[in-house]
Write a new protein. Sequence first.
Length: 318
Amino acid sequence: MHERVLAVPLIRTADHESAERRALQRRARRGELHVVRPGVFVQVEALEQLLPEEHHVLLARASAPSVRPPRSYSHATAAAIHGMPFVEPPPSRLHVRDPRRASPDSTTLLFVHPDVTVQQTSRWSGLEPTSATTFCGASVTSLVRTLVDVAATAPAVASVPMIDAALGRRLVLPEMLVDELSAVDPKEHARAGRALAMGSPLSDSPAESIGRVRFRQLGAPDPVQQHEFARPGERRTRVDFWFPDQRVVVEIDGRAKYEDPAMLGGSTTADAHWQEKRREDFLRSFPEVRAVVRFSWSDLMDLETIRAALVRVGIPCR
């Protein structure tokens, strides 16, 4: 994990003499070097292929020597290190947990969370998902604790895709997450519980996770995920969401379906559009399917767009 981030050479000024440090700083001012954090540079071209969350992991890597016990990376930073999907830009500051603090604190680079967890024996103790790990020498909260922390502090559109991904990859069990709720600040317990209750291993992508969050926000009925339509001797296909009472199929269309070479599998974008049209014609041939609704990623970012489209096909919303 994080091979691309770990492959980026870090240039630390502490490893150089004063004249070399000044030369590095001049190169940074000229735009030849990127400042990851004070005293740590990388070549600009080394960042070209990194995703936003990988930039955050790079910052965590560069800062690891300063995150000393009992502090540990936590929340969004730990989620990035654990490889969880981000649907929003990662924070500009690193998140750490410090058991010595009773209230939050922040600096230019760090957001420090207090740790008021009461140590207790867990039936999952010693298992990988519930065990703290390390990254470049710095401690990182366990995957289970990280997911619960994110669920307690982030909007559902950010936390549910991470929870779904962990469940879908079979990295954690739902019971592990529920048990970890006892470690959450009581003021955040309800928010975390709602997000964890929405977790589903059936979401094939973060976009589908966001779709489920939007349906819940709008008070729409909970749809059936990955429902299959088939006839004996004919093709079969699964849909992202099926609202049986309203007889409506909802599909989430990502650009990758039509542009990512890995997903195209040698086909052209035009071929992919044609195949998707044939697939939709097949769905509409079933008498129980009254309508097919498609949402793009940009649609998912606008709650009112979702509401209008659902109401238009008879799916009740608040």
